[in-house]
Ligand binder design. Structure first.
Ligand code: FEO
Length: 394
């Protein structure tokens, strides 16, 4: 993407990756992504905030060239992950006078992962500042958004907060700003679910700390910028601080139709009790959509046939994903069928053990479900509805 001025002397110089479809060899990217980098020119010094993925290094260097940038004094590395730091090596070569600035932990990572020379990296202390002349960068240590070394950079005079992964969205767009807020909301929520949710307790503290900053523009390193910061701050407050909703997430696999019959029955039984359900056929679903639903869900119901002794492998993957993402779930249950015996319930329980959920009674049937099994599903729907009511969930 061509460089664009966002304030006098402040430019977006990163790359939009419309074609990327997978991140970390795991996370689907239905809408691509971007690796945003920003050039900040002060009256005396020039700083580059973050770089780009190594596959897009030529875009960054070309943008700097198109702007006629002959000298970069500082390169701030907010985060050491390669989608932002990967092109630092080439920046170091093209701009030999540039000093890199990173948190102490990030400095070690840049040396370890990229072999950047340690003598070219200055460490940024928490609340430390760097003068560019008439502009001042302030560094805010913000561990675990997304790695332990991460910092945010606040440009005081312009009230711009460069947040790297925090508040990002995997969204390839020509829009500089979140003008289509509904679309950005979905992408940012999905990003939060996949990347940030495991650290939501720490993000609570970061959000509280950011209350003390006057912010006019939030400039993340993925997706569009927020010229109405309250939009994304309010969304994060809901995702991080808010109670879960009156919502069941129901991922399932059915091999011969028995578990599917139970799933269909339970979805109806919950719906007539006023409980919202999002169901996901794990043989076809996009795990990112499942993760997004986990942001709000109060109850996880897992539908699985018995596969050999335990849950179906797709179900095991979904359970382990939920366990890793640390959503605000309160309750869980297992439903499904078996042919002769099995340990699916016990094994699923172990797979979500980090979530400290209240496990509700499972409903398992031998072969195809019959009247007694459907009665048990009615009882499970009653239990979930009453648990949600007692918890005051909306
Ligand atoms: Fe966008 Fe954690 O890197």
């Amino acid at each position: 993407m061509a460089p664009r001025e966002i304030r006098p002397g402040i430019y977006s110089v990163g790359a939009v990756d419309f074609d990327r479809r997978l991140f970390d060899s795991l996370i689907p990217l239905p809408d691509g992504t971007s690796y945003n980098a920003y050039l900040v020119q002060g009256s005396e010094k020039t700083a580059l905030i973050d770089a780009v993925d190594p596959t897009m290094r030529d875009v960054l260097l070309s943008n700097l060239d198109r702007l006629g940038v002959e000298r970069i004094d500082y390169v701030v590395a907010n985060h050491a992950e390669q989608d932002h730091s990967g092109a630092l090596v080439q920046v170091a070569d093209v701009y030999p006078e540039a000093q890199f600035v990173a948190s102490p932990k990030c400095k070690d990572m840049l040396v370890d992962h990229l072999a950047l020379p340690a003598e070219r990296i200055e460490t940024a202390e928490d609340n430390g500042t760097l003068s560019l002349g008439d502009r001042t960068l302030e560094f805010i240590h913000a561990p675990w958004v997304h790695w332990p070394e991460t910092i945010l950079t606040y440009l005081r005079e312009d009230r711009v907060l460069f947040t790297c992964d925090l508040f990002g969205s995997h969204l390839a767009t020509t829009d500089l700003y979140a003008t289509d807020e509904a679309r950005v909301y979905e992408a940012a929520k999905r990003y939060y679910a996949e990347i940030m949710m495991p650290f939501h307790r720490i993000i609570e503290r970061h959000l509280e700390r950011l209350e003390g900053y006057d912010i006019e523009l939030i400039a993340p390193s993925h997706g569009p910028m927020y010229d109405r910061p309250e939009f994304i701050l309010e969304a994060y407050r809901d995702w991080v601080f808010g109670d879960p909703k009156n919502l069941v997430v129901l991922p399932y696999i059915s091999m011969h139709g028995s578990t599917l019959a139970m799933v269909d029955y339970l979805v109806d039984a919950l719906a007539v009790r006023g409980v919202r359900v999002e169901r996901f056929d794990l043989s076809a679903t996009d795990l990112g959509k499942l993760a997004t639903t986990l942001v709000d869900a109060a109850t996880l119901v897992i539908g699985t046939p018995t596969f050999l002794v335990g849950p179906h492998p797709h179900v095991a993957q979904a359970a382990m994903l939920a366990n890793a993402l640390r959503p605000k779930l309160k309750f869980a249950a297992v439903i499904g069928s078996y042919g002769w015996a099995g340990k699916a319930v016990e094994q699923v329980g172990e797979m979500v053990s980090s979530l400290r959920l209240e496990m509700l009674d499972p409903v398992l049937c031998k072969g195809f479900p019959r009247e007694g099994d459907f009665e048990a599903l009615e009882a499970l729907a009653d239990k979930i509805a009453s648990k949600h009511r007692e918890s005051g969930l909306q």
